[in-house]
Design a protein around this ligand. Sequence first.
Ligand SMILES: Nc1ncnc2c1ncn2[C@@H]1O[C@H](COP(=O)(O)OP(=O)(O)OP(=O)(O)O)[C@@H](O)[C@H]1O
Length: 243
Amino acid sequence: MIEVSDVRKHFGTVQALGGVSFTARDGQITALLGPNGAGKTTLLRLLVGLLKRDQGSIAIGGVDPALDPMAVRANIGFLTDQFGLYERLTTREFLSYFGELNGMGGAALRQRIEEVADLLSMEDILHRRTKGFSQGQRIKVALARSLLHRPRHLLLDEPSRGLDVMSTRALRHALNALRKEGCCVLMATHVMQEVTHLCDDVVVIAKGHTVAQGSPEELCRRTGIANLEDAFVSLVGEEGIAA
Ligand SMILES: Nc1ncnc2c1ncn2[C@@H]1O[C@H](COP(=O)(O)OP(=O)(O)OP(=O)(O)O)[C@@H](O)[C@H]1O
């Protein structure tokens, strides 16, 4: 479970987060929905301990990433927009390397790489060097890396960008499987269709503040608007859109 309470963060005079609070539960996929500049990436970076908050509290599986970042990272998979691939390595070599960094090895690691490749439908690129990979292939490798150590929490920053229809379906299938295993998935996204079809819960943020939290159906009911995209625009308001 991820618990966030009144988290604030400034970069100099820029307020990135001015008070974000929500809970993301185990066995659920929670969407982080907000206009450009709302603070989604900043929040994810705070959650994994890459940034330090100015104020508020964060607990990932009960642990504060500011106090024990290593314990939190052992329990978290993080997909950012920086994939950090090593282009001279094949996908399998890259995953082996990061598996070993996470204390895995031998037959167990080899088997886990096959499992993750199967989950993400990426068997065809396991033997290839990552140099020249398409955007979708790069995302798959980075996602595979974040899943190798079976994290209980998965943080994804716009995971479906650049994915074709088949890869998007493979991603959805993988996220559904992780949800069934009880994983807590938090996903920043702009794709309303993905939120409607995949997410149990939605946290709406605008200008660094939580605006609403609820299932897609609840948000539609609350706003009296049948379509999630229109409900989102109504919750955020014209002010948030211009942020
Ligand atoms: N390192 C930084 N230095 C200065 N300002 C920053 C920094 N990182 C983020 N910001 C600012 O904080 C605010 C939130 O940015 P953030 O990247 O978290 O938004 P986002 O919701 O992820 O946006 P997008 O959907 O466009 O990716 C923005 O105004 C951004 O310019």
